[in-house]
Design a protein around this ligand. Sequence first.
Ligand code: TXA
Ligand code: MG
Length: 341
Amino acid sequence: MPIVSATEKNINKAAAIIREGGIAAFPTETVYGLGANAFDAKAVKKIFKAKGRPQDNPVIVHIVDKRDLSLVAASIPPVAKKLIAKFWPGPLTLILPRNKNVPSIVSAGLDTVAVRMPAHQIARALIKKAGVPVAAPSANKSGRPSPTDAHHVTRDFGKTLFILDGGRTKIGLESTVVDCTVSPPVILRHGGVTFEELRHVVPTVRILKKGDVNAPAKSPGMKYRHYAPKAPLVIAEGSGAAMRKNIAQLIRSSKGKRVGILATEESLPYYMALGDRRIITLALGSRNNMRACARRLFAVLRKFDTLNVDLIITESFPEKGIGAAMMERLRRASAPPDSHY
Ligand code: TXA
Ligand code: MG
């Protein structure tokens, strides 16, 4: 089964697959998801198997109506209610106490459950039609960059998977994950809703620090290398001229290698002027529009795979707004392959 256009008929087909215990891929406003009936442990197991996902990394449950939240969460803390009122439907995932109806495999044995209500019309139609909450991680093989168009999904899974085509996703990075079971609430993963936006609604919200004792237990996904293209990735730290100088230095010390530079439009003339034929530069967009850069990040990382570069050097970005989510992905992608981040 190939990529199919998201007609009503095909949405119904995908919904039937999910209802009957199978898996299917679909677009959301963040990235494509690989969905299964969240109440069916056997079906959810298929997702883990297809992705090669470690059993201790829980998945997000997607709902279409706020009234369905009580089917999957045991209770809803006041702070979660505030966030839901402001950001749902949208790119925000909340960690809540788990309703025991949700099989333990969904949450990798935790007492909590991650819930999100997507805004994307195809995702919403699919969940509604399936008639069950849909457990869905990003539709990539474990460790790879998340898919932002249907072809990325095929590249990871081949043509046996049923994939609803919704074109390129709008945000291009995953949802923000906020743990609402602790006080004050904690951002476990940066994403489509920024820290600044969250703080506006819940001023006490804080960011999980890498050194927090409970960090991996709180967010099991964070201990794995993730979002990684095939070639090793190095981040050129700093900003402006100093950062570009770092890049020039990194290029010089990579003798004989084909080097991909992940850049922004503003610095293209600079890399061109280096006159080095080993380098291939791809720009995300302008630094004046970080949302547009974020939207293309995973697609450009995947593009470097097809260009067979030996090394990718990336510019860094200010860690504010959506830039925080971009840098989090790049740091995770730059961790050594066998490392636990
Ligand atoms: O935008 C998104 O969130 C996309 C689309 C498809 O909705 N989904 C997505 O799923 O990114 P996934 O599986 O790639 O990432 C889920 C993240 C992981 O970091 C996981 O560890 C965390 O959410 N997570 C899930 N359940 C959790 C829980 N009960 N406690 C803490 N973290 C949890
Ligand atoms: Mg993922």
